[in-house]
Design a binder for this molecule. Structure first.
Ligand code: DQA
Length: 155
């Protein structure tokens, strides 16, 4: 099983960016934690960060056929990007939206997500753990979907 972890704008600054909101964990450390969890779950994981909306759109578009699922923190594009909404929908690849902060408890403009309606779920508010919870949830979802496809049981 292959999972793509995608990160949007400004997440390369984690560790020094608004630590009261996002914590002190760097993106490199989040990647290490995810790699460890992926090994435990026996899935393979690729990891990408971009500040460029079009690069994220391309990465989502190219995920079809290459990845079984996507863990995605679209960062500020969450609240603005019809292009990412369309890309996730078009790809047909199950995607989990992730946020370090609890976006529902912040400014009004962060309450709207263009990407959440085309994701299978969302995890927000648990800092770096949001990524690990999202990976666990996504792998569980994909394994259940496979079991159903193979005529197996779902629990
Ligand atoms: C974020 C929340 C977004 O509103 C914000 O623009 C980010 C980070 C989070 O992980 O909490 O850049 O996606």
């Amino acid at each position: 099983m292959k999972i793509l972890v995608l990160n949007g704008p400004n997440l390369q600054l984690l560790g020094r960016r608004e630590p009261d909101v996002y914590g002190r964990v760097t993106l490199a450390e989040i990647r290490r934690q995810l790699d460890r969890r992926a090994r435990a779950l026996k899935v393979s994981l690729d990891f990408l960060q971009s500040n460029v909306e079009g690069e994220l759109v391309t990465a989502v578009g190219e995920s079809a056929g290459r990845y079984d699922g996507v863990v995605f923190n679209p960062a500020a594009y969450t609240h603005t990007s019809v292009a990412l909404h369309d890309a996730i929908k078009a790809s047909g690849v199950p995607c989990v939206e992730v946020h370090l902060s609890n976006v529902a408890a912040r400014e009004d403009f962060r309450r709207r997500s263009y990407t959440a309606p085309v994701c299978i779920g969302q995890v927000a508010g648990f800092g770096a753990d949001s990524y690990l919870l999202a990976l666990d949830g996504l792998v569980g979802y994909l394994r259940r979907a496979r079991a159903i496809g193979a005529g197996g049981r779902t629990s």
